[in-house]
Design a protein. Sequence first.
Length: 172
Amino acid sequence: MEGSATGRIALFLAVSALLVLASIAFSRGSDPVGTGEVARNEQGAPGASDSEQELIVRLEREQIEVERASRRFLDAFLRYEVGEQTPAVRRTLRTTATPEFARQLLASPPRRPPAGSFPPRAALSQVNVTFASSSATLVVVDGTAMRAGFPEEFGFAFTRTFSGWRASGPAE
């Protein structure tokens, strides 16, 4: 199991590094393929080619969709983790997580701490989206939530399904 997790982390880091390098190269109008030609925009200035522009637009659109889906999931998850088990929270978890991950979450709800009450619900303060595959079907959403004035970090993997982006488990 650890070998699998290590391999996934290595793949994630490699793909992330390639995406960062590609974005830097495209933003400078350089030649990432090594053909010796620099892409030009309509005015003849260095810039991304039409196919590169389409890819950039697609990734930006996907990022917006992931952020929207992750915020819906995280809002429900932050309620769930402090014991809120309303039908609305359960329904949102089922619709924003993969079926398997939703079953795992709902099968073992959080237990009340020995002190007698749950901590206050955290408020989402920062969300980061990192594409983990070149086909843009797996992303890692991480960030910070504030609970009682203190930051708590979180991370979840999101997978592109036929019905949209769904949380598929904790980020490793």
